[in-house]
Design a protein around this ligand. Structure first.
Ligand SMILES: Cc1ncc(COP(=O)(O)O)c(C=O)c1O
Length: 370
């Protein structure tokens, strides 16, 4: 009997993107733009950090398991506290979903090259992991509906999707939902919900609740709290009750919980972040397209750029890094010929286009691009 199960042995530990400091040191650079992890370039919500600081005096006490945040969210969204869960990032809750609901013979179904965090969590449970290909870089919901079988237990959908940035609409979801038996749990990951919510084509799942759908959201993105680890979810009370059984009793931490509550009241920061992002998406998309690159239209805080080959993607990634622009190669997601570029401040985006012009147009010639 091996010490490590084969499905764990075959996984790779998560590699965080390069830090600003390590790139600065390696290349002797002064100016770095970190556009690799879909973080908020404006920093954290000031109301969140203020609330977090206020909690520091009480660190000798154990947290309340997220109750205060759950109550705040229940009031804000007009649901019962029994319908809300809080955790260490939305990934923390995803991990609890996997632990609570999957049995050895169950299967997980999602799109190819799904959000890497979900891939790792599901594969680490050792169950069968099935995917269907993208359709125009979005979820092929018809194919997913047809792929459901008697063993399917969890379907994972991210809307907007990471890494492609695409969304599906309410009617696409409703048509798909007709094919989903009640025994199948749908994880609807809305980590980038705030960036898409004003798009009339985007369906906010809080407006159409189903008993077998868990909506997950996070403070890591628009509220700039990725380092605090705080996320939340909404679902039928029976699902939440079972998640609470497996959740670590003292997550989220007290400062993270306070930061989440503070962030919810920071509408000014939310609006400023949306403005910077909308301007950045427009600028980056146009700038990259001007260089002859194709850019997948994005509803989130990043854009995905498919290149002609994996070699091209890695060359551009390395050349950008040598100039101080850190982007994300998507080989580990399952798209080795693609790069993902997070939206930065105006000056970061400008710097990125300049670096891309140097590395891509110069080395390949734009005629090479399809
Ligand atoms: C689709 C998606 N879901 C979840 C997460 C993780 O969010 P959190 O920081 O709340 O764990 C990310 C982060 O990149 C993401 O892209």
């Amino acid at each position: 009997m091996p010490l490590v199960p084969p499905y764990i042995e075959s996984l790779q530990p998560y590699e965080a993107g390069r830090t600003i400091e390590s790139v600065r040191r390696e290349f002797g650079l002064t100016h770095i733009a970190k556009l690799a992890s879909n973080e908020n370039p404006l920093g954290a919500s000031p109301k969140a950090t203020e609330a977090m600081r206020r909690e520091l005096e009480g660190l000798n006490f154990y947290p309340d398991g997220g109750l205060r945040l759950r109550e705040t969210l229940a009031r804000e969204y007009d649901v019962k506290v029994e319908n809300v869960i809080a955790g260490s990032g939305s990934e923390g809750i995803m991990s609890n979903i996997i632990r609570a609901f999957l049995c050895d013979e169950d299967e997980v179904l999602t799109t190819e090259a799904a959000f890497i965090g979900f891939q790792v969590l599901a594969k680490s449970r050792g169950v069968k992991y099935r995917t269907v290909p993208y359709l125009n870089w979005g979820y092929d919901l018809s194919a997913l509906g047809e792929a459901i079988n008697a063993d399917t237990k969890i379907i994972y959908l991210a809307n907007p999707n990471n890494p492609t940035g695409t969304i599906f609409t309410r009617s696409q979801f409703d048509n798909f939902y007709k094919h989903v038996p009640e025994r199948v749990l749908i994880i609807l990951d809305e980590a980038y919900f705030e960036y898409a919510k004003d798009n009339p084509r985007y369906p906010d799942s809080m407006h159409y609740r189903y008993d077998n759908v868990i909506t997950l959201r996070t403070f890591s993105k628009i509220y700039g709290l990725a380092g605090a680890r705080i996320g939340y979810g909404f679902a039928h009370e029976e699902l939440i009750r079972n998640l609470l059984k497996v959740k670590l009793p003292f997550e989220p931490s007290t400062p993270a919980e306070a930061a989440g509550i503070g962030a919810l009241g920071d509408k000014e920061f939310l609006h400023r972040s949306l403005e910077v992002n909308a301007r950045g998406i427009k600028y980056l998309t146009a700038g990259l397209e001007d260089l002859g690159l194709s850019v997948v239209p994005s509803q989130a805080n990043f854009v995905m750029v498919p290149l002609p080959s994996e070699q091209d993607a890695m060359r551009v990634f390395n050349e950008l890094m040598a100039q101080g622009v850190i982007v994300r190669p998507l080989k580990r997601f399952g798209l080795p010929f693609c790069l993902r570029i997070s939206i930065g401040l105006d000056e970061d985006n400008k710097f990125c286009i300049e670096a891309m012009r140097n590395s891509y147009a110069a080395s390949l010639g734009t005629s090479h691009v399809t």
